[in-house]
Design a protein around this ligand. Structure first.
Ligand code: DOR
Ligand code: ZN
Length: 346
């Protein structure tokens, strides 16, 4: 059997992305716009994007950093807090905001304003269920007595299942799942529940964080898990189920804050996102399933049309840059300085 050397797909989307703001944003938006037609923009800025007005202003700043000649649409989200008024939902929907993001308070980067008790948000969730707005969930409990590696599995029992029972028709995306438990849960949870999966969680297990020394560029939240979990995620992504789709969770931090005594969580993958996913799908012999995962399942869940146009990936060995300028700092992409097997053709 001959190996496949080119892969042409409907233009994909990134259903979970961090682009930050200001000079940092000017570096990363072009990387994503080259690869994807649309991306769901996470609202965990400082201060967080909690109102429709802030989201629209942020959207304009993102659009201003899209290079001429590329067509890229940022899909905006609001940061859900204990105090998000139900009345904000109507405004958000009218303005084209597609989702609200639930960060349990303290779970991750810039989550201090997050939700302390999900019951405090019930009136707002009710309005979202009615309006058809999606709830994007960072699914980890923050209880300090729960082991860091178990926080996603415990979240399913403590938060996800009660939430599903109380709002059966609220569209929920379990973001960046990292465990077999989450993959199994989503596969059996019905049509209103979906999940995004990152490229790094498909390619690496937690050994990567400790390979030959402490490797902060492999540190993200939820943290990489054991090999059995990586295999379960790869099986879910390539299963053909339309409730798993692409979300890079590409999360840029300046290199000096990654290579730090308290390293920031986040892997930067936007520069080579589709190349990384192609490698993961190929490892499972499932390149033919990449288009559904990257370009069809997300729009179907969010009730949006698929993109026009295509992208092409070519089998070609090339070395990913070790670092790129990032405002006044530098940014080190995951796998920087290493050889990639696939290359996105411009
Ligand atoms: O690793 C992560 N980085 N996980 C998150 O949930 C947030 C993100 C960030 O914003 O840096
Ligand atoms: Zn994220």
């Amino acid at each position: 059997m001959s190996t496949q050397d080119t892969l042409t797909l409907l233009r994909p989307d990134d259903w979970h992305l961090h682009v930050r703001d200001g000079a940092a944003m000017a570096t990363v938006v072009p990387h994503t716009a080259r690869q994807f037609g649309r991306a769901i923009i996470m609202p965990n800025l400082r201060p967080p994007v909690t109102t429709t007005e802030q989201a629209l202003a942020y959207r304009d700043r993102i659009l201003a950093s899209v290079p001429a000649g590329l067509s890229f649409t940022p899909l905006m989200t609001l940061y859900l807090t204990d105090n998000t008024p139900a009345s904000e939902i109507e405004r958000a929907q009218a303005a084209g905001v597609v989702a609200l993001k639930l960060y349990p308070a303290g779970a991750t980067t810039n989550s201090d304003a997050g939700v302390t008790d999900i019951r405090k948000t019930y009136a707002t969730l009710e309005a979202m269920q009615r309006a058809g707005l999606v709830l994007c969930v960072h699914g980890e409990v923050t209880d300090s007595t729960v082991d860091l590696f178990d926080r996603e599995a415990v979240f399913i029992d403590r938060v996800m299942q009660p939430l599903r029972q109380d709002f059966p028709e609220l569209k929920v995306v379990f973001e960046h799942i990292t465990t077999k438990e989450a993959a199994d849960y989503v596969a059996s949870a019905g049509m209103f529940t979906a999940a995004t999966i990152t490229a790094h969680h498909l390619l690496y297990n937690r050994n990567a964080i400790f390979q030959g020394g402490l490797r902060p560029h492999y540190y993200c939240l939820p943290v990489l898990k054991r090999e059995i979990h990586r295999q379960a995620l790869l099986a879910a992504a390539t299963s053909g189920s339309d409730r798993f789709f692409l979300g890079t969770d590409s999360a840029p931090h300046p290199a000096h804050l990654k290579e730090h005594a308290a390293a920031c969580a986040g892997c930067y993958t936007a520069l080579s996102a589709m190349e990384l996913y192609a490698e993961a799908f190929e490892s499972a012999g499932a390149l033919d399933r990449l288009e559904a995962f990257a370009s069809r399942n997300g729009p179907a869940f969010y009730n949006l049309p698929v993109n026009e146009g295509t992208i092409t990936l070519k089998r070609e060995a090339w070395t990913l840059p070790e670092s790129v300028a990032f405002g006044d700092a530098s940014l080190k992409p995951l796998r920087g300085g290493e050889v990639m097997n696939w290359r996105l053709v411009d």
